[in-house]
Design a protein around this ligand. Structure first.
Ligand code: HEM
Length: 133
């Protein structure tokens, strides 16, 4: 299946369901909860949803509002290590279980998230006193 066909298959409603199921777990999460300020959570939910809709063949509202995604740069303030990345994936996997999307859409989206979340991991800073190579 092509990326752009995901929107045709699951529509805005499918993305809303998946992202809603993800964000409903965030406030209680000990690693991710503190990263998302409470008053920003609804807006953050909308940003992830609009981004996915744009990325997988739907309307480009995300681009109109936020410009080029620059996702790695936008995640730099959050200090994402392996534990945070794994937790993000765990919540997304729970969200997949709850949203029950068609298997071909789930498979493609899951592979995308696996890859992107790993890409967000930031290298630990070199200990002071060492020479960067
Ligand atoms: C690896 C673990 C990740 C963590 C801990 C994380 C955390 C965050 C946080 C704290 C924000 C700010 C909330 C906001 O105000 O929008 C954010 C924004 C965002 N994240 Fe992540 N994220 C992760 C992975 C991902 C992945 C895999 C994707 C998509 C493939 C993604 C897509 C986005 C998008 C689209 C935004 C909004 C960017 C903007 O327009 O400002 N994130 N993320």
């Amino acid at each position: 299946m092509e990326d752009a066909n995901i929107y045709v298959l699951i529509g805005e409603e499918g993305f809303t369901r998946l992202v809603g199921a993800f964000y409903s777990q965030v406030p209680k999460d000990d690693i991710l909860g503190p990263m998302y300020p409470e008053h920003e959570r609804r807006a953050a939910e909308q940003r992830l949803r609009d981004f996915l809709i744009y990325r997988f063949g739907g309307p480009e509202k995300y681009i109109a509002e936020r410009g080029h995604p620059r996702l790695r740069a936008r995640h730099l303030p959050f200090h994402i290590n392996r534990a945070a990345r794994d937790r993000w994936m765990q919540l997304m996997n729970n969200a997949f279980a709850e949203a029950a999307l068609p298997p071909e859409a789930e498979q493609l989206l899951r592979a995308f998230f696996e890859q992107m979340s790993t890409f967000m991991i930031q290298a630990a800073p070199a200990p002071t006193g060492t020479i960067a190579t």
